[in-house]
Unconditional design. Structure first.
Length: 418
């Protein structure tokens, strides 16, 4: 597996073959191949599909390995690397090894879009697997529709309802809707919101508009918007406090979540606060750590089981992750992309020897009648469009204990109330 960074990607390409038999191969269990084929249009035969050779299947991803979402990005990168190494060590896919190209986008929308285009048009990957950055990913929908390249498991965008895009877990909006339902069950009707002035904030506005009206008596008493990457959250938190809410939903980056929790503590605002998995870094301490004791009782969404779970699936991942030398290997983000790549490989195995994109879609669309069950994710049950490519919308809620620095699940996998 190779990780390339922006303009360094081309310069490194010539060295890939030599490195493949060296330390990078030993570390990642894969090699980058120059796949043949066109990056546009839907292919009908395995021989003409990009990213497929006699012994490799090349996939690609873009992740925020640096920048304000680096905690999440490094975990997502780790899961892909750990899964690829495990898959290749166990025979690959029908004897073909997985070769994964991971590009860093720094959580910058324009770089996310450029990376997706590069992976498809220059690197000729078979599929985009587990890409992050819901803002940038949404900006590639027209391109992806034209290219025909499968996109499997993008992290938290809304469903574009495209024939080649499959969302495996609850979107950010769906997680927030589950939180709204949870607060309603607790009898909490005065809800406040703090979002970021980007797609993160828009997802929360969508959740509030969709779910609050389903609960009689519930209302939004404060809805604050923070500038992107701001370090000053005091005015927003003060406005929330003055509105006298009973619960708060946060939809910002990890750093801002920690700042908000800390400011809530400073102002004596002791109410339940929730953020989705990406914002809360649920299962880790990237967001809650800087808040100290103010993070006690904080609620985080989960698209995947806690990385401390003792289920067999999580134990298998954890044994591999403990050998990983990079950052965030044991995070929930790592577990998520690991499981999603495992599901991707299961689809490939069900396809037999026909790796055409049309057969990929046919096989994935048939999961509704024969779901993929991995144990750490809700069953993956993709079906035909228009709604079948949201293959799962259930999420869990976990609570953070600042004294023990641990998370515990307080509500299992649940879908938003219809």
């Amino acid at each position: 597996m190779m990780t390339f960074n922006g303009h360094r990607r081309r310069r490194a390409a010539a060295a890939v073959t030599a490195l493949a038999v060296g330390s990078l191969l030993a570390a990642c269990g894969s090699t980058t191949s120059n796949a043949s084929g066109s990056g546009s249009g839907s292919s009908s035969s395995s021989s003409s599909v990009p990213g497929i050779t006699s012994n490799t299947i090349t996939i690609g991803a873009t992740e925020p390995i640096t920048g304000k979402a680096a905690t999440a990005g490094q975990g997502l990168e780790a899961g892909i690397k750990i899964a690829t190494q495990y898959i290749n060590a166990h025979g690959g896919v029908n004897g073909k090894k997985i070769n994964a190209i991971i590009l860093d986008d720094g959580f910058i929308q324009s770089r996310e879009i450029a990376n997706i285009r590069q992976l498809v048009s220059q690197d000729h990957v078979y599929a985009i697997v587990d890409p992050a950055g819901s803002q940038g990913i949404a900006g590639t929908w027209d391109f992806m529709k034209q290219a025909g390249t499968p996109m499997w498991g993008p992290i938290s965008p809304s469903d574009p309802k495209l024939p080649n895009v499959y969302l495996l877990v609850a979107s950010r909006t769906a997680q927030q809707e589950v939180a709204i339902d949870y607060f309603a069950k607790q009898g909490l009707t005065r809800i406040a919101a703090i979002g970021e002035d980007d797609d993160l904030g828009l997802s929360l506005k969508d959740a509030l508009a969709q779910q609050v009206p389903k609960h009689p008596g519930m209302k939004v008493v404060a809805n604050e918007t923070l500038p992107v990457s701001t370090s000053d959250v005091s005015a927003a938190v003060l406005a929330v406090k003055n509105a006298n809410p009973q619960a708060l939903i946060i939809s910002t980056n990890n750093t801002s979540v920690g700042l908000i929790l800390k400011e809530m503590g400073n102002l004596g605002l002791h109410i339940p606060a929730y953020a989705d998995q990406g914002a809360a870094n649920t299962g880790g301490v990237g967001a809650v750590g800087p808040a100290g004791s103010a993070a006690n009782g904080f609620l985080g969404g989960l698209q995947v089981d806690l990385p401390t779970s003792n289920t067999q699936a999580v134990q298998t991942w954890r044994a591999q992750a403990q050998q990983y030398s990079g950052p965030q290997g044991l995070s929930a983000f790592s577990l998520q992309t690991y499981m999603q790549e495992m599901a991707f490989v299961e689809v490939l195995k069900r396809m037999g020897s026909d790796y055409s994109w049309s057969n990929f879609q046919k096989t994935a669309n048939g999961l509704a009648s024969n779901p993929i069950t991995l144990g750490a994710l809700p069953p993956i049950a993709c079906g035909p469009l228009p709604d079948g490519h949201t293959c799962g919308n259930q999420s869990e809620i976990a609570k953070f204990d600042a004294t023990t620095q641990t998370w515990s699940v307080i509500q299992g996998f649940t879908a938003p109330q219809s």
